[in-house]
Design a protein around this ligand. Structure first.
Ligand code: GUN
Length: 301
């Protein structure tokens, strides 16, 4: 059997098209185009590439972007001041502070300072709690949100399926597990101290891998017919040739066993930015609905 390849590029293009239509509808209704503020601290080359892509794609769907480039020595207090100003700025729909942050800045303080209504990364504890409790109105972290869309492109209904998430990070693994649980999968999380990873993987109908360990998941770990989502992306130097991007799953082996699988690159990566755009639109739509409700309240009073 050869697995079906889940084409993240074309699914992401569909999400961007929907977002562009949503933006146009907001603007036609008299609301300003959503604006995404992106804050980058320091000069990590990979972060520069990600941020440039985020800004470019934001503008391509008709939203505005504002980019703040801060030097690596920026104090935590200065960063928090900037975020608080963006929280108060009615023109800003979403705020994203690119990670990783320099070690002198407390990441938890940063994510807690971003207003939950503008938290397009979904990292603020209020949004984390809303997702954990299955509440409406949460902004959901972009990568897990994208992964759910990839999974749903090959499954009409995942209720009752066994799902294993390999990796327990706050950015991917934990929110991923909560979303799968919300869809009534039977969910486990594996992490660095998990024993017998191979056996646990082989029990999973849906396997989501986000460890950053290239090739960790071999073909014989995979249940026949399973859906495999590879979130890992590691740049490997390949001698004189161009660098190669590789995932956490040994793709050439896995494709012989899985039912459906995401490639690296071209799987999860494109969906992550598309879902950031979708979150920025959602934040703007929810803000527009709150403003409208407040107007009605005033009129009724
Ligand atoms: N750095 C790597 N992934 C992410 C992400 O999803 N959000 C932010 N803010 N920074 C990142």
């Amino acid at each position: 059997m050869t697995a079906r390849i889940i084409d993240g590029k074309s699914l992401a293009a569909g999400v961007r098209k929907d977002v562009a239509e949503g933006v146009a509808a907001l603007v036609a209704g008299g609301v300003a185009a959503p604006e995404l503020a992106v804050v980058l601290i320091g000069d990590d080359p990979a972060s520069h590439v990600y941020v440039a892509n985020k800004v470019k794609q934001t503008e391509a769907v008709g939203m505005r972007s504002r980019r703040f480039q801060l030097d690596a020595g920026t104090t935590e207090a200065a960063l928090l001041d900037l975020i608080e100003g963006l929280n108060r700025d009615a023109a800003v729909s979403g705020i994203l502070v690119q990670f990783p942050l320099p070690p002198h800045i407390d990441t938890a303080r940063v994510v807690t300072t971003i207003h939950p209504d503008k938290d397009v990364d979904g990292f603020n504890p209020l949004n984390v709690g809303r997702i954990a409790a299955g509440m409406q109105g949460a902004l959901v972290p972009c990568t897990p949100l994208g992964v759910m869309r990839l999974i749903k492109s090959v499954h009409d209904d995942i209720a009752g399926l066994g799902a294993l998430v390999v990796g327990a990070s706050n950015v991917v693994g934990r929110p991923m597990a909560r979303l799968l649980l919300q869809e009534l999968c039977t969910v486990s999380i594996a992490h660095v101290r998990t024993t017998d990873l191979e056996r646990r993987c082989r029990e999973a109908d849906i396997l989501v891998v986000a460890t950053g360990v290239p090739g960790l998941i071999r073909g014989h770990f995979i249940k026949r017919g399973a859906t495999v989502i590879d979130v890992g992306i590691t740049r490997i130097k390949s001698g004189a040739g161009a660098d190669k991007l590789v995932g956490d799953v040994a793709f050439d082996e896995a494709i012989e066993v899985a039912g459906a699988i995401t490639p690296v690159p071209g799987g999860v990566g494109p969906m992550t930015i598309a879902c950031l755009l979708a979150n920025t639109l959602s934040a703007a739509q929810m803000e527009a609905a709150r403003s409208k409700a407040a107007e009605v309240d005033v009129t009724a009073a």
